[in-house]
Design a protein around this ligand. Structure first.
Ligand code: PMP
Length: 367
């Protein structure tokens, strides 16, 4: 179970975010001297044996954590998840073809915009009218006639909404998920997807590196010629190394995968994340005359809890007082306002407990 180091605060940042303490301790050692080589992980050639082993292990552990079938390619890319907004359609959407997009927040909006460089982006649900407070029920969804794929954001980091399960996908299409902010926070059935991508900086590691998992048949006939660094096919063929890869990011993700497995895997991650979220939502529901959640109850995220008092000055006071009480990073995104408590896999339960108590005390003092 978690133990909390006394020289660290509770970090509620949405990302880059808290990482598992044993992983950081081990990284301290490996930065100095990786596996007795006398060279640190930051200094090893990506072509050498030591890094080769790191990369191989990271991929193998990723497959094990996610129970990823053999007919899926797993690789690591640079450029963060925003690059995936254009890489997905560039690699998978032919000119004149249509893909369906769930427009459920800022990152989904970006994906819609970028898809238009390559084909037609059909918005099959638009959450903007209620400022993205909820995810659609089946009657709110209207698919295009023949989409190549259906893109959705499994967890909307800014809005604090999360799909309870994948949306249904029309026959002949495949699902693409931006899983940046909830990858490996709960079990995931990759056979239901064509492609899943995630920037590392929430549940997996440092920023700048992305994980891509894609069904291999989708890479067979790219719809267009692409520059080298934009090609999934090339990146898969070159084993994540079309150029010098983000070696430290890949190393750290490997350590985080190892940590997930040693803690009991994705079922255990989900159990913990659910328990933490219930503590905080429980406190918010108990003080609902004072605090309001941004997300509708049926769409609440276990990763990012968004809430406010309705008074920007009080919100600012909440954030400042929480900070002086050892809880950092609670300011909400400007498009939603108020507060946001991000509690990814590595976030300790003690922090959720402390925030829940702080919410109750704050409401009592100021209500
Ligand atoms: N998608 C989601 C759901 C995100 O939360 C983020 C970053 N917060 C991104 C995409 C963009 O990631 P990056 O900054 O790594 O490009």
């Amino acid at each position: 179970m978690t133990s909390v180091a006394i020289d660290r605060v509770f970090n509620f940042s949405a990302g880059p975010a808290v990482l598992p303490e044993p992983v950081l301790r081990r990284a301290q050692e490996d930065i100095w001297n990786l596996a007795g080589t006398g060279i640190g992980i930051l200094e090893h050639s990506h072509r050498g044996k030591a890094f080769g082993a790191v990369l191989e292990e990271a991929e193998a552990l990723c497959r094990k954590v996610g129970n990823i079938p053999d007919n899926y390619k797993v690789f690591f890319m640079q450029g963060g998840a925003t690059s995936q907004c254009y890489l997905v359609p560039a690699n998978l959407l032919g000119q004149g073809k249509t893909a369906d997009y769930f427009r459920t927040g800022k990152w989904a909006k970006d994906s819609v915009k970028e898809a238009r460089f390559y084909g037609t982006a059909h918005v099959c649900y638009d959450g903007e009218p209620d400022n993205f407070r909820h995810l659609p029920t089946p009657d709110e969804i209207s698919h295009s006639d023949n989409p190549v794929y259906v893109h959705f954001t499994s967890n909307n980091t800014i809005m604090g909404t999360q799909w309870a399960e994948e949306p249904a996908c029309p026959d002949g299409a495949f699902l693409v998920s931006d899983a940046c902010s909830d990858i490996f926070s709960r079990p995931i059935d990759f056979t239901r997807y064509g492609l899943v991508y995630a920037g590392a900086q929430k549940n997996l590691g440092p920023s700048g590196t992305s994980l891509v998992v894609v069904r291999e048949d989708l890479l067979e006939n790219p719809p267009r010629e692409l520059p080298m660094m934009q090609s999934y096919k090339l990146c898969a063929e070159k084993g994540s190394m079309p150029n010098t890869p983000p070696t430290f990011g890949i190393y750290l993700m490997g350590r985080v995968f190892d940590w997930i497995l040693s803690e009991g895997g994705l079922e255990e991650m989900e159990r913990r994340n659910r328990a933490k979220a219930e503590l905080v939502y429980g406190a918010l529901d108990a003080t609902s005359e004072f605090f309001e959640c941004h997300a509708r109850e049926d769409s609440r995220s276990l990763m990012n809890v968004t809430f406010k008092t309705g008074d920007p000055e009080l919100d600012a006071r909440f954030v400042a007082e929480a900070d002086t009480n050892g809880m950092n990073g609670l300011k909400g995104h400007r498009s939603v306002g108020g507060m946001r408590a991000s509690m990814y896999n590595a976030f300790p339960r003690e922090g959720a407990d402390q925030l829940a108590q702080f919410i109750r005390d704050f409401a009592q003092k100021n209500g």
